[in-house]
Structure formats: C-alpha cells, structure tokens
Design a protein around this ligand. Structure first.
Ligand SMILES: C[S@@+](CC[C@H](N)C(=O)[O-])C[C@H]1O[C@@H](n2cnc3c(N)ncnc32)[C@H](O)[C@@H]1O
Length: 192
C-alpha cells in the first residue's frame, strides 16, 4: 500500500489516526510530508515525540481519542486508518467514518486496513469472547476485536473511488516471543 503515498498532495498535512509508534507517519515525514498523528496511548505519543525531536521530523502528535481531536487544519491531503478498525466497536467505526468525512475534501486519499472474518482470531473470538455487535467481540480485559466481512471495508466509504483494494491472508509474523500468526486482512486506498 505504501507505493501509493506519492499520490498524496504535499501542500497539506496527512492525518494518522491511531499513530501508534509512528512507523507510517515517520515514513511519510522522511519523504517530505507533514503529518499530524492522534493516539489514545500516552506511551505511543511519548515514543513518537521523542523520535520526532531526535530526527526533527515534521510530525505533530496529539494524545487523545480521534473522537476528541479538534484540528487546526480544515482538511487533510490524506488520512491513515491503519490497524485501527479492528480494535473499534461499531459505534466508534460509525463516528470514525463521519469524522474522516469532515477532515477530508474531494481529492483527499484514505489508506485503510482492517481484519476480516477470515482471520483465525475470528473463530477464537466466537468461542471465547463476549459478542458486542456483528462480528465484534470484547475479551475479559476490555479489548475489542472487530472483523469485517468480504468487501465491507469499501462499504464503509461508499462514495470514494477505489484506487487499490486487496483482501486475503497477510504475512506470517510474530509479536515478541509469541507464536507465529497471520491475519485475514483487507486493505484499501481510496480517493474521496
Ligand atoms: C494496532 S495500533 C496501530 C498503530 C499504527 N497505525 C500502525 O499501523 O503501526 C492501534 C493504535 O490505535 C490507538 N487507538 C485505539 N483506539 C483509539 C482511538 N479511539 N483514538 C485514537 N487512537 C486509538 C492505539 O492506542 C494504538 O496505538
């Protein structure tokens, strides 16, 4: 999906929702883009802030939920929604879609990923976790798991032009010392 970043308009910033430790924002900033990032996590924002100061990157990080983010920029050239949808409830996804609409204008690009019902975690969630919505679950620690059905990522943004769309099984990977895993993934690059 990264191959599409050159289509972003450099004259306006990119918004990274759920910036995490900044890997996507840093990639864009190192390639000459300004980025604003939002994340709930204090740890994530402090890691991003430290790296930004170190490398003098054009990344402004805000610690807040995307629902509470108030932007000084009227519109962004693009919005990154990477690794976020799969941990949101349907209520939050509905709010996300409406905020993204507000923060973008015709021509803005959306980069979005989600987990799908092909993810092995989906079967585990069905058996082990509490259902809180359609294909949506919560575990005993309050962690939300949301899985989209085939084609559903595109249906969240029905008025956008599809530049790139892919669904399938992602690469095998490990988190720290955990067992190898792979996810059922959907990814899209869309133009409003
Ligand atoms: C799986 S990480 C993805 C990080 C990054 N986008 C990436 O692809 O590497 C999801 C991030 O979203 C953040 N997050 C979860 N809910 C959020 C919300 N409502 N508003 C803003 N950030 C949120 C989490 O704190 C976490 O850092």
């Amino acid at each position: 999906m990264r191959g599409y970043y050159t289509r972003l308009d450099k004259s306006r910033p990119v918004l990274d929702l759920g910036i995490g430790q900044g890997r996507n924002a840093f990639f864009l900033a190192r390639n000459g883009y300004s980025v604003e990032g939002v994340d709930l996590s204090e740890v994530a924002i402090s890691i991003v802030t430290a790296a930004v100061e170190n490398e003098a990157l054009s990344v402004k990080a805000h610690r807040c939920a995307f629902e509470d983010f108030r932007s000084e920029n009227e519109h962004f050239s693009g919005v990154l929604i990477l690794g976020l949808i799969q941990i949101l409830t349907w209520e939050s996804i509905t709010r996300l879609v409406s905020r993204v609409d507000k923060w973008t204008e015709p021509g803005s690009l959306l980069f979005a990923t989600a987990f799908t019902t092909d993810d092995p975690m989906y079967q585990k969630c069905l058996q082990e976790h509490q259902t809180i919505g359609r294909n949506s679950f919560i575990d005993e620690n309050g962690i939300v798991y949301n899985f989209l059905e085939p084609g559903e990522l595109l249906k969240l943004f029905p008025d956008c032009e599809v530049i790139h769309f892919w669904e399938g099984m992602g690469p095998w990977h490990r988190h720290g010392g955990s067992e190898p895993e792979r996810h059922g993934r959907a990814e899209a690059v869309l133009r409003k």
